[in-house]
Design a protein around this ligand. Structure first.
Ligand code: HEM
Length: 514
């Protein structure tokens, strides 16, 4: 009997040896589907059981078992737990005076996007409801290459020296001895690098647990350099503003939801898109000219602080809409690789030191996680690409077939282009290493608008202090007073009340005896 099979876009004929047992008439696809092993060998019904059989001649048994035991890849070292969707970005305002970037150069222009949302410190299998940083990474598939913009839900970051990256992550993740979360390490780091307390306060306030990914704003936090057709430079901070309305959960609400659905954020996003209730964000940018930057009485490149009111103007750019759930999570989302260094002409990008480090580290991490050809994976593949890279771990794509594999060459290999308006000067920024607590105080007194908000933040911090060992705890209290005496008082009072209310359990990290 001859069966018509539809495989990878072409029609093939399969000459089956015997009767196909699957009831094809109940299958809804146009062509019946024959089960095969990974090498294409058809599965015979008697091989779907291996008891009392010669297991090693059973192609199904070997294929399933060998594949299953090797199908995990490393999780991301940070932002491991995630979800995502596909959609498009539409330009709504003319921003050509600031940037010549092709993707922004015409009102109404649409660019396809892939967006991945994530949990800063949660490993795969963790809870969406844990207080902390949430990620929103956007990959614009532009005509001039991929533009990746990687955001978090707070407009400030934790440090300006990239050396602290691994230290901060380690202090917030598991203790190497106990493999338990250790609050003492966390506060040890935060009080040793007090700049980081600013970003930390944001996460301990209401912003630390958004009511799902759809209801949070998102910020790349760095100051980006843009350049226009005339080579003039501007400096911007991008902001994605949710159209669903900003909403956060209290700690009590979060822990109740986490108990019954730790995937609450991912489910909320998936269901909204499945029900065609497409989530959207407005993209705006805060802009400073080179002159504004030079005249600023603060460091506008410092990603640990906000820009001062009155020193910039806000410009609308466009609208991001998520309209499609991926048809396969692993293929599209887990294998996605976002790199802040993926920038396009007209967006030379940030000049600060954390960004410089990120240009390197993401690619390194992704090579380890996905292999050296990770840009050939469908989700990461640019719309147009012609390189001199060859070979390496799959996927190769067409491996540039018979194009020349070196440059310069005399055989019509890909050539560079000339950009007359590319700025020839580079801005060099030097940061101060001083710990300035003014941004922290501003957050406490001005970003948090009400006493209720301030008290909720204190109530979120206090339980985490119960197990902090004395010398570090004293430093935490001191810093709270230094940020604002009212904050210090509230934390002290809260801590005394919490101690009285519970039997304080010993610190998580046992102090080694020798
Ligand atoms: C020195 C500073 C930093 C280093 C070394 C660093 C490193 C990394 C690495 C290695 C990954 C995993 C990449 C992968 O496996 O695909 C990652 C992911 C991520 N980082 Fe950073 N990071 C830094 C700063 C930041 C900052 C300032 C932000 C704030 C916007 C940020 C937000 C994220 C997000 C949202 C992800 C998840 C990306 C995704 O969705 O795949 N990181 N980071």
């Amino acid at each position: 009997m001859v069966f018509l099979l539809f495989m990878g876009g072409r029609i093939d004929y399969y000459q089956a040896n015997g009767k196909l047992v699957a009831p094809f008439k109940t299958i809804k696809t146009k062509y019946p589907t024959l089960w095969t092993a990974s090498a294409g060998i058809p599965i015979e019904i008697r091989d779907t059981m291996s008891v009392n059989s010669d297991m090693f001649t059973n192609p199904l048994h070997l294929d399933l078992s060998m594949h299953f035991s090797t199908e995990r890849i490393p999780e991301r070292t940070v932002y491991a737990k995630g979800t995502g969707a596909l959609g498009y970005f539409t330009v709504t305002h003319d921003v050509s005076q600031y940037t010549k970037a092709n993707l922004f150069n015409e009102v109404g222009k649409q660019t396809p996007v892939l967006v991945r949302f994530s949990q800063g410190l949660q490993s795969l299998g963790g809870s969406d409801l844990a207080r902390g940083l949430k990620g929103m990474s956007v990959k614009f598939y532009t005509k001039e290459g991929n533009f990746d913009i990687i955001c978090i839900q707070t407009p400030v970051y934790l440090y300006r020296d990239p050396l602290y990256f691994s230290a901060l992550v380690r202090s917030f993740k598991k203790n190497p001895r106990t493999n338990l979360n250790d609050v003492t390490s966390r506060y040890d780091f935060l009080t040793s690098v007090p700049t980081s307390l600013h970003g930390y306060l944001w996460t301990q306030a209401d912003y630390g647990v958004p009511d799902g990914y759809r209801r949070m704003d998102a910020f790349p936090v760095h100051t980006y350099e843009l350049s226009n057709q005339n080579g003039e430079r501007y400096y911007v901070r991008f902001n994605f503003r949710t159209e669903q309305g900003l909403a956060n959960l209290t700690s009590a609400q979060a822990s109740e939801i986490s108990g019954r659905d730790p995937d609450y954020y991912a489910r909320d996003l998936y269901n909204a898109i499945a029900q065609k209730n497409f989530p959207a964000w407005k993209l705006e940018m805060d802009v400073m000219s080179l002159l504004d930057i030079k005249g600023a009485d603060y460091d506008p490149f410092d990603l640990t602080r906000l820009w001062k009111n009155g020193t910039y103007e806000t410009v609308q750019v466009g609208r991001l809409v998520l309209s499609q759930n991926p048809d396969n999570y692993f293929r599209v989302i887990e294998q996605s690789a976002f790199n802040p260094g993926n920038l396009v002409p007209g967006i030379p990008g940030p000049v600060d030191y954390v960004f410089k480090a990120r240009r390197l580290f993401y690619q390194h991490a992704q090579t380890h996680r996905l292999g050296s050809n990770f840009n050939n994976i469908e989700a990461n593949c640019p719309r147009y690409v012609k390189t001199y890279n060859r070979d390496g771990a799959p996927p190769l794509g067409d491996n540039m077939r018979d194009y020349p594999n070196y440059y310069p060459n005399s055989y019509n290999g890909p050539l560079p282009y000339v950009d007359d308006s590319r700025p020839s000067q580079k801005l060099i920024v030097l940061h101060s290493n001083a710990a300035d607590l003014q941004p922290h105080a501003y957050f406490y007194n001005h970003i948090l608008k009400t006493d209720d908000e301030r008290q909720r933040m204190v109530d979120n911090i206090v339980p985490s202090l119960l197990n902090v060992t004395p010398p570090v705890l004293q430093r935490v209290i001191n810093f709270m007073y230094l940020i604002d005496p009212d904050l210090g008082r509230r934390v002290t009072i809260g801590l005394e009340a919490a101690r009285a209310a519970v039997n304080v359990i010993p610190a998580v990290t046992p102090v080694p005896k020798n």
